[in-house]
Design a protein around this ligand. Structure first.
Ligand code: PMP
Length: 290
């Protein structure tokens, strides 16, 4: 990703893509002091842009990092970065981190807090699996308790077990892994939330120790508007045997049907298909209220 044309917004101005570099003593690289966002721009408009910026700054607060820019400045910078690169449909990645500076230990309050925004074209996150139903592994890693990590933050450090889980899944020929939480309940995939369907009703894990995704909240609202009952609750892994449909939600994943999780299999059913279709229309501003 580092060797290409284009421009990256860095600390308030544009730098050529290949020159957007940091020093090896960057605090974030040693101690995971970074937070980020993942957003998608459709037809020139970033879906729920302000919500993502608010979550980014909330993640800074949770990690005790001062805001390097205001929400309004970040909103303007995202638009400018898309324009500068000539994209109307792209993935948007803002990242904020503690840089190198006075301190090179755990504490780094005197180091500069830096920010960058990169945008690139990114198609379906699960590729071909997107409409056929993705194959998921079950991870051996558990989402930690809220007393162990700031689970509401979209922070780089919280992705260490996600990368390990996803690599293990890919080595087995799966697209992703489902993670349980520290209590053993079903939690989420490595970069997306999970939903299940049973007899026309929807069941989704209560987001009390992982990200309550912006896509997740959007889909819950879409389901409620259709009059579908949504149970947000603790789900035991063995319950997956009785669920008929399953899908993932996330900015990158959008709504992706799941065909199997470990030994449990699901059909790509009517509700899954229509929610995926409606989400696609909604993000493009084409969903007409019933
Ligand atoms: N969980 C994790 C671990 C994620 O990385 C993401 C993607 N940001 C999500 C859930 C879904 O969040 P959103 O719908 O806000 O993209």
């Amino acid at each position: 990703y580092d060797d290409r044309d284009g421009f990256i917004w860095m600390d308030g101005g544009f730098v050529p893509w290949r020159d957007a570099k940091v020093h090896v003593l960057t605090h974030a690289m040693h101690y995971a002091s970074s937070v980020f966002e993942g957003e998608r721009c459709y037809n020139g408009t970033i879906f729920k842009s302000r919500e993502h910026t608010d979550r980014l700054l909330a993640s800074c607060d949770l990690l005790d990092m001062p805001h390097p820019f205001s929400a309004d400045e970040i909103e303007a910078a995202k638009v400018a970065t898309l324009e500068k690169n000539g994209f109307t449909d792209a993935y948007v990645r803002p990242v904020i981190w503690r840089g190198s500076g006075e301190d090179m230990g755990v504490a780094a309050a005197r180091n500069p807090v830096r920010m960058a925004i990169a945008v690139w074209e990114w198609g379906a996150y699960y590729g071909d699996a997107k409409m056929k139903g993705a194959k998921l592994d079950i991870s051996k890693w558990k989402r930690p308790s809220p007393e162990t990590i700031p689970c509401r933050a979209k922070a780089g450090g919280l992705y260490m077990i996600c990368t390990m889980s996803k690599h293990a899944a890919e080595a087995k020929g799966c697209s992703d892994a489902l993670m349980m939480d520290y209590r053993g309940y079903v939690a989420e995939a490595t970069g997306a939330n999970v939903f299940f369907v049973k007899d026309g009703e929807v069941h989704t894990p209560k987001p009390d120790c992982f990200l309550n995704g912006i896509t997740r909240q959007t889909v819950v609202q879409m389901l409620k508007e259709r009059g579908v009952t949504v149970h947000e609750r603790h789900i035991e892994p063995a319950e997956m045997a009785d669920f008929q449909q399953c899908w993932l939600t996330g900015t990158a994943a959008e709504v992706t049907p799941v065909g199997s999780i470990g030994d449990y299999s699901f059909e790509v059913g009517e509700l899954t298909r229509s929610i995926a279709g409606d989400y696609e229309k909604l993000v493009r501003g084409q969903l007409v209220a019933a």
